[in-house]
Design a protein around this ligand. Structure first.
Ligand SMILES: [Zn+2]
Length: 280
């Protein structure tokens, strides 16, 4: 059905890794084809001509195998998830689906035709293992959704976990406490096969979700320890909590550090006076 570079699954799930300008070291976004007969194209994002041709060929090849594309689904509003949505809507005549919050954040950048909220279901066919539940999973992005197929325990996880690189949680749209709670909720479902937005498809999704939550809590502990060394502003606390990082990486780490500090303040474990954080 798809090109030789696609990751194939006979059971109505195929993944194309298409080049995007995303957060290094990742260099591509996974565009998933979900459904055995009616196919949902999740996160078409590439702005480049050659991978766009590949994507459109894959969509156009569906009818030859008794399938058809029925819609574009966006996991969230970030550019490396929606960069080909308007183009594919035009080229293939497909409506764009996303969470109402994503529609709001996209505003005039991209029109969302249909909204998807927690509890909605996308059907690929009448088969029991072709029902994809929509889960609203804010934290990385406030309108983030995940698709969950409970029979075969498959999950399209978007940017909840990274198969390669790391997931940035950035205030104000990102929220660390919410993100960690949603990771735990998804892990509790017990997913097996999991498609992250970046990197290879994972066989043990539950382990990856738990590992990602544990990693965030380990990072949080480092920020707690940095605070215990004494009050400091964001730059100082970032340098203390990420001593292993090269200087050019520190601004990125500061965004993550800020999300952790915000969580600690909300929990009454830190407080901010002026620009200086201190333990409380
Ligand atoms: Zn994202």
């Amino acid at each position: 059905m798809l090109s030789p570079s696609a990751i194939e699954d006979e059971q109505g799930l195929a993944v194309l890794a298409l080049r995007t300008p995303t957060l290094p070291p990742a260099t591509a976004t996974n565009t998933s084809f979900v459904g055995r007969r009616d196919v949902w194209v999740v996160d078409p994002a590439t702005p480049f001509d050659a991978p766009r041709d590949q994507l459109l060929s894959a969509v156009r090849a569906l009818p030859a195998t008794g399938r058809r594309a029925v819609g574009i689904v966006l996991t969230h509003h970030h550019g490396d998830h929606m960069g080909a949505a308007a183009w594919l809507r035009e080229a293939a005549g497909l409506p764009v689906y996303a969470h109402p919050r994503t529609a709001e954040l996209l505003g005039s950048m991209l029109r969302v035709d249909e909204t998807l909220e927690e509890g909605a279901e996308l059907r690929g066919s009448e088969a029991d293992d072709d029902r994809w539940a929509v889960l609203h999973t804010p934290g990385h992005a406030s309108g983030h959704i995940v698709l969950w197929e409970a029979e075969r325990r498959r999950m399209i996880a978007g940017d909840m976990v990274a198969g390669i690189g790391t997931i940035l949680v950035e205030a104000p749209d990102g929220h660390m406490a919410t993100y960690i709670a949603q990771l735990e909720r998804l892990a509790d479902l017990g997913p097996e096969r999991l498609v992250p937005a970046h990197g290879p498809v994972l066989a043990d999704g539950q382990a990856k979700l738990r590992e990602t939550a544990a990693h965030r809590l380990m990072r949080e502990q480092r920020v707690v320890e940095a605070l215990e060394e004494g009050p400091g502003d964001l730059v100082q606390l970032t340098a203390r909590s990420y001593p292993e990082l090269a200087r050019p990486m520190l601004p990125l780490a500061a965004r993550s550090c800020l999300a952790h500090l915000q969580k600690l303040c909300e929990e009454g474990r830190a407080r901010l006076s002026g620009e200086v954080y201190e333990p409380s």
